[in-house]
Design a protein around this ligand. Structure first.
Ligand code: FBP
Length: 571
């Protein structure tokens, strides 16, 4: 009887082991202790101005952010008298998830409790909305431990709310006053750090300091010479590269398919660039280059089709193609229509009665409304009607709360694939193309955003959290925490406070010019891009595929860093 009970218990334990949510891998990742740069290991730090970089705020930023626009670039060094009284800090995760977010929370938590064990960290739920509506939890050591080195933002959740009205700002002020916060850490991309700058300006008098943290898998939050990449970029790129490497392996084996792969990255093509270095695809589109060369969508289609035709002549009817999801923004005729339609939508929604909106109109009525608009020319209609219907409908999709176009929801890879197929049919009729064009299309985005962070991102995010605390302890507000020299070993990383105001420019959003943090596009003069330009013809025709395999967490490949970052550091 006793033996049977023991057997039942052991079977239960085995079942729990097999079906429980706690995996061995997760347990093992939790045991990893991120490295800390030497400037932060002592605990006590001070800030000092860092000269040699031009960071000037534009006039509108000086007018709208009179206090925080006076900030100067600072570096953090050991020593000093930074006060370590008990602190009450808030933290919010904002925008799309990026691997490493939980380590930012861990970094802030460890630094502040090391500073004073009675310090408290308040985590706002579901993004900025959590501050506006005062939805929060207190972050505990157990929560930090449980989520250490894990992907996603699920400890607190996230959201894309914009703090863009006096009412919402007042609600944030009230929340910070009620919770008696002396500091707030905003983890996010360009839009969230824009929120951070305005919060810093508005919460200053009540004594709540605000620090932003550079996050986005898109890689476009950069400051030349000071911030090479935001956290999350490396992990997402590696997750995508694993998949593309696997497709390289598959298509090279059964020689049958052309794989059209769209990669996330709303605007700039940084992700596609890094994944290209990791995998050596046959075709890679870089939006910034398309813009520079003023290519039309038909020329982009030709660019792909020419490689398909050339490879067919070599008997290769297979290959991999990388398409950045933001590519449409860089094709002039499409970009113009995106801006005009965004303007018309924003205008309509502003004037609409309660409960009505552009999105509630039928597609036919939407097209009619656009056609009737003063800013819509006959030429625009001709361009619009010349697009495949998938693209026409995509252009009408609802913009997000910041007015951004939802590139993630447009099947650009399918649109291009169909246009390439049409073009190849014509080439076949002319006797130019004699190959077989069988295709598969894929989209990699949300999967990579949720991956486990690479060791690089674990370390990086943890150091950013510690840097944010250090800036707060030194009285800073209106700064973005950053780490310089990421291509060097962790111990040599240099923590910084970059003033937010000089990173801002005026951008058309919801039919108005708004002051927002500027996205950094791929620099066509950068060493990384020049290496790509040198190598890609070879990748097009030879099968020079690279198979990076899954993200490595131990062994010699565990300390890998983005290849593009390292190429740029070579100068
Ligand atoms: P962040 O800039 O907030 O980090 O988000 C970037 C991103 O992941 C883009 O790559 C993608 O286009 C977009 O978010 C998708 O947004 P959503 O999560 O709203 O679908």
């Amino acid at each position: 009887m006793k033996a049977r009970t023991q057997a039942a218990v052991s079977a239960e334990a085995q079942i729990e082991d097999l079906l429980g949510t706690e995996t061995r891998f997760r347990e093992e990742r939790r045991a990893y202790q991120p490295g800390l740069c030497s400037a932060l290991t002592a605990g006590r730090t001070t800030t000092r101005p860092l000269d040699g970089y031009e960071l000037d705020a534009i006039k509108v930023a000086r007018e709208q952010l009179p206090f925080v626009s006076q900030n100067r670039l600072v570096e953090i060094i050991p020593g000093g008298q930074a006060s370590h009284q008990p602190r009450r800090l808030g933290i919010v995760l904002s925008g799309g998830p990026a691997p490493g977010g939980h380590n930012v929370i861990g970094g802030v938590f460890e630094a502040m409790t090391k500073g004073h064990p009675e310090s408290r960290l308040i985590g706002f739920l579901a993004g900025p909305k959590g501050i506006i509506t005062n939805q929060h939890v207190e972050v505990t050591a157990e929560m930090v431990d449980l989520h250490k080195n894990s992907g996603g933002f699920h400890m607190l959740g996230t959201g894309r709310d914009k703090i863009d009205t006096p009412k919402k700002m007042e609600q944030c002020r009230q929340t910070c006053a009620t919770l008696q916060l002396d500091g707030l850490v905003v983890v996010g991309g360009d839009d969230s750090n824009t929120n951070a700058a305005f919060l810093a300006e508005n919460l200053r008098e009540m004594g709540t300091q605000v620090i932003g943290i550079p996050k986005t898998i898109d890689g476009d939050l950069q400051v030349p010479g000071l911030l090479q990449v935001p956290f999350g970029y490396h992990s997402a790129c590696m997750a995508f590269a694993t998949e593309i490497g696997n497709l390289n392996s598959d298509c090279k084996s059964d020689l049958k398919y052309w794989h059209f792969n769209r990669l996330m990255g709303r605007s700039a093509s940084h992700i596609a660039l890094e994944v290209a270095f990791q995998t050596h695809p046959n075709v890679i589109l870089i939006g910034e280059e398309i813009e520079e060369n003023e290519l039309t969508i038909h020329q982009v289609v030709r660019l792909i089709a020419d490689v398909v035709v050339e490879r067919a002549q070599l008997g290769k009817n297979y290959g991999t193609i990388l398409i950045p999801e933001g590519i449409l923004e860089f094709i002039h005729e499409i970009h113009v229509l995106i801006i005009k339609i965004s303007y018309i939508i924003a205008d309509y929604d502003r004037e609409a009665h309660e409960g009505e909106s552009f999105q509630q109109l039928s597609y036919e009525d939407q097209v009619q409304l656009i056609d009737n608009s003063d800013i819509w020319r006959d030429y625009d209609s001709r361009v619009f009607l010349g697009f495949p219907s998938l693209l026409q409908r995509g252009l009408m999709l609802p913009r997000d709360s910041h007015g951004n176009f939802p590139f993630a929801l447009v099947n650009t890879e399918r649109i291009l694939l169909e246009m390439v197929a049409t073009y190849l049919r014509k080439q076949r009729a002319k006797g130019i193309y004699k190959g077989i064009f069988r295709t598969q299309n894929h989209y990699y985005g949300y999967d990579g955003r949720g991956t486990f962070p690479t060791c690089f991102d674990c370390d990086y995010a943890y150091n950013l959290g510690q840097t944010a605390y250090s800036l707060l302890a030194n009285g800073a507000t209106g700064y973005m925490a950053a780490i310089k020299d990421l291509h060097r070993p962790v111990a040599e990383w240099q923590p910084l406070g970059i003033p937010l105001a000089p990173l801002m420019h005026l951008e058309e959003r919801k039919s108005r010019l708004e002051l927002v943090i500027a996205k950094q596009k791929v620099d066509l003069e950068s060493p990384a891009f020049r290496f790509l330009a040198r190598e890609r013809d070879r990748w097009a025709l030879e099968d020079h595929y690279r198979f990076p395999g899954p993200i490595q967490f131990s062994g010699p490949a565990a300390d890998a860093k983005p290849i593009s970052l390292q190429l740029n550091a070579l100068g």
